[in-house]
Design a protein around this ligand. Structure first.
Ligand code: ADP
Length: 371
């Protein structure tokens, strides 16, 4: 085997940090490029480079000697990934795939062109184009770029709302009556081998528009689970992606499965795979980048995953008490990302609880601190 024990990661957030944890186990050295030096992955990195992953030349210089490159976030230079792939490096995801996914309009159009089921949508260039909307209100507006964690998503229910809509290129979708939100992760290597993780179910706090917790396996029928697996696999095949693809879907009240959005990288909905699957999403990404065989995605135990979001200023003591409680629970695996800035609602860590579904939901309720 050639020197495949090194890899580069564009961006040094928590996803990079957990990828590095998996890489260390396999004896792989990780190099990280990020604008800031105190990001979560920095302390774990073999070589850290301070620089902008969105700048072509910076990425090319950073990766000059690296056999393989991956990403921590979509906000990186896709052209550089394409150039690195053309030089024969292992690149996951490819620049071509990232360009489709980076822009929500392009992503939805790709899905529609390939015949995947999605919410009905229209693309608008700005707010004034909403006047010609053929979809009936209410609709959901999603800005084409820089939308993440609920930012850049708005429900437009009335004419007054449309006057307040984001005035940028956006996808406008019909508002779906959602029964469940699920996600499926596919790992694909360079030779077309693929493994698929079990669907997870995301439970939201509708008022605050944040994830309450996530359960694996999702409580869905075997038939829906099979359909979700097939949809995610065919999305990975249609993209021809190398690396991880997380496919978020809506199960509608009518029983349809619609693809909501995709991410070409390790995903929040796969954190539990560290403790609750035979091979974690992070380890499979490292295996893909270093030419090792894919590992089994099999669920080894049911789990509940909670994001540990930064507490509001009057809830810091409760937050600390909750972490102390969790650390005493034998079935809780606490991950703290080492972020210095504990701003409210920032993702500071997560924890995965292992056990039977209903017990886990009861346990979650004993741990909630924010309500
Ligand atoms: P983000 O990239 O911010 O995660 P999403 O597309 O996942 O954006 O949207 C955030 C949330 O908004 C979803 O998890 C879902 O609860 C809700 N949502 C998104 N699109 C629709 C839709 N078409 N109909 C109803 N709810 C939606």
């Amino acid at each position: 085997m050639t020197n495949l024990n090194e890899m580069g990661i564009l961006g040094g957030g928590q996803l990079a940090r957990m990828t590095i944890e998996a890489a260390m186990q396999l004896g792989v050295r990780c190099h990280v490029l990020d604008k800031a030096g105190d990001v979560p992955a920095a302390a774990f990195t073999y070589r850290f480079t301070e620089g902008n992953p969105q700048d072509f030349d910076t990425v090319m210089r950073f990766a000059a000697e690296l056999p393989a490159v991956t990403i921590d976030s979509e906000h990186v230079n896709a052209q550089a990934l394409t150039a690195l792939e053309a030089e024969g490096r292992i690149v996951a995801p490819q620049g071509r795939v990232l360009e489709i996914i980076q822009n929500k309009c392009r992503q939805k159009e790709f899905l529609a062109r390939c015949g995947f089921p999605t919410a009905k949508f229209q693309v608008v260039k700005n707010r004034s184009e909403l006047a010609g909307l053929s979809l009936e209100l209410p609709v959901v507006q999603k800005t084409a770029t820089s939308g993440y964690d609920g930012y850049g998503v708005k429900v437009l229910a009335s004419a007054a709302d449309t006057n307040e809509a984001f005035d940028v290129e956006s996808v406008i979708e019909e508002k779906i009556a959602i029964a469940k939100e699920i996600a499926v992760i596919v790992a694909s290597d360079r030779t077309g081998n693929r493994v698929v993780y079990d669907a997870v179910e995301m439970v939201f706090d509708k008022q605050r528009n944040i994830l309450k917790y996530q359960l694996c396996p999702a409580e869905i029928s075997a038939e829906v689970a099979t359909r979700a697996t097939e949809l995610a696999l065919s999305a990975a095949k249609s993209l021809g992606i190398v690396g991880l693809l997380a496919v978020e879907m809506f199960l509608t009240e009518k029983g349809e499965l619609l693809i909501n959005e995709m991410a070409p990288r390790p995903h929040n909905s796969g954190h539990h795979t560290i403790e609750a699957a035979a091979t974690s999403q992070y380890e499979n990404l490292v295996r893909i980048l270093t030419g090792l065989p894919l590992g089994s995605p099999e669920t080894t135990a049911p789990s509940l995953m909670i994001n540990l979001l930064g507490p509001e200023s009057d809830k810091v003591a409760q937050w600390n008490a909750m972490i102390q409680t969790a650390l005493k629970m034998p079935n809780a695996h606490v991950h703290l990302y080492g972020k210095r800035d504990m701003r409210p609602f920032r993702k500071l860590g997560h924890m995965t609880l292992i056990g039977e579904r209903n017990t886990l939901i009861r346990q979650y309720e004993t741990l909630t601190w924010a309500s």
